[in-house]
Ligand binder design. Sequence first.
Ligand SMILES: C[S@@+](CC[C@H](N)C(=O)[O-])C[C@H]1O[C@@H](n2cnc3c(N)ncnc32)[C@H](O)[C@@H]1O
Length: 215
Amino acid sequence: MTRLDYITSLLSEYNSVCDVGTDHGFVPIKAVKDYNISKAYALDINEGPLDNAKKNIIDEGLDDKIECILSDGLKDFCYHADAIVIAGMGGILIKTILKESLSKAKEAKALILCPNKEEPLLREFLVNNGFIIASEHILFDRGHYYEIIKAIPGDMEYNDLDILYGPFLRKEKSKEFIDKWNIKLSQLLKAYDKCNNLDKKNDILNKINAIKEIL
Ligand SMILES: C[S@@+](CC[C@H](N)C(=O)[O-])C[C@H]1O[C@@H](n2cnc3c(N)ncnc32)[C@H](O)[C@@H]1O
C-alpha cells in the first residue's frame, strides 16, 4: 500500500476530514470517494497547489463535498473536522502547524500525521502537549521509509525510546522498521570509520549502540 493510500484508509471511521498541505488533493478526494467521508476540507498555504487540488476535485465531481481553503496551517480553518491529516512535510513544520493552532487541533477526534523526517521531535511535541500516540505504522514507499502516527487527545506515559523509535514501532519491530534502522546503522558505522574527531566519534558510537540495542 502506498503512503497516501494507507493514510486515507485510517479515515474510514470519521465523517469529516481536514487535509493540511493538501497539494494535489489526493487524500480528501480518496477519502470521499472510497471511505464515505461526508465532508472534507483541502487546505494549502500556496495558491498553486490549492488550484491543482481544486481542478482535481472538480474533475471528480466532488466540489460539493470538498472545500478548498487557502490557509497557513489551521489558522484560517474555521470548521470542525473529526480527523486532521498533515502529511508530506518535516516533523518540525508539522509541530509548528499544531503548536500555532493547538486548541483547534485538540477539537479533532484524531490527528493522522506523516512526517518525512524529524519524527522524534514530533512525537515529543505530541506527548508533551496533551496527545496520546494511539497507533503507528511504518511503510516503504518510493524509496523512503515513512512513519504514520495517529494521535488523539489525552495523556500518556512515555520514555526516551518511545520518542526516538516510536512506542508501537519499537515493540512491533516490523520488517520495515528493522530495515530502516539497519540502513541508519550502516551509515553511522561508515561515518564512525571516517571521523577523526574524538568527541564526534563518541557521539556516533552512542548512536550506534542505541540502535544496536533496539534491533
Ligand atoms: C510535499 S507536499 C505534501 C502533499 C501531501 N500532503 C502529501 O503528503 O503528498 C507539501 C504541501 O504542503 C504545503 N504547505 C507547506 N507549508 C504549509 C503550511 N504552513 N500550511 C499549509 N500548507 C503548507 C505546500 O504548499 C505543499 O503543497
